[in-house]
Write a protein that binds this ligand. Sequence first.
Ligand code: ATP
Length: 308
Amino acid sequence: MTNEVMVDVQNLVKRYGSITAVNGVAFQVNKGEIFGLLGPNGAGKTTTIEMLVCLRKPDEGTAVLAGFDVRKQVNKVKEVIGVQLQSTSLFELLKVDEILHLYASFYPTHVNINELIEDMLLTEKRKDRIKGLSGGQKQRLAIALALIHDPDIVFLDEPTTGLDPQARRTLWDIVLHLKERGKTVILSTHYMDEAHVLCDRIGIMDQGELIALDTPTNLVKKLQSSSTVEFHLSNPPEEEWFMSMEGVDEVSIKDTFVQLYTDDLQVALTSLIQASEQHQFKIKDLQTRLATLEDVFIHMTGRSIRES
Ligand code: ATP
């Protein structure tokens, strides 16, 4: 990764009628960086990406990719970007190598197709029709198509949505390999684990706005509470009751499931055990864990990314 800025986004705004889908988003991405846009459905990730890849015109703001302005230099921008969108539709009756040769013919120069097929782990499938491929194989083919003209900047919109865990991990390796080859990657996801594993920096989006931007580690570190204590109680008291316990910074209760956020695990656990003895609570399935990006999202919005 270098300090050369490949993507410079300033105050992007996009409205659909009365909905402001993207509201003043700004960020920069350096060469060789994997930058993640993380947020729930409807947060504005796709609309942001669509503006950056010249599919939608921003209502306000600017974006400059590898020195080219997405409003004024569309053809230049298209030369330096590769795009895999959520709704990439592939010609189902073509074979894997046929579609790659077809796409290659659209560009003045292209990468070596056999090497690309190998890199995307599709060698055994190269003579198969697209309609017979698995979800993961289709996604890898969609990424191969995005890479055919050897772009500097690669956009991946929710690349692993709908894939099984093994196919997701295979795709993660491929994304990390892109970084090793010096590509700049911008991806959107609503999976916290994916953002944490893949991204050098993450912009958390909610309701059209970028509400946090940092490395995954720093985002978690900035949380007041570094740990979570989770357990079930058949009849939990009100949140205020737990808040009065020493060491507890925040509380979340859903039916019988209680989560206590703390920066001092030992103190919080001791208070919890004492309280359970005094009031004869029967605590079940007690677990402690370190804070995650999910907790960052809950802390900032009061909601879970999954229930948004
Ligand atoms: P998802 O994960 O579901 O793709 P997202 O974070 O990518 O979500 P967007 O698809 O960018 O979010 O949507 C942002 C907001 O803009 C949502 O409220 C959505 O309903 C709205 N929206 C998106 N596209 C359009 C459109 N073409 N016309 C009207 N509203 C739209």
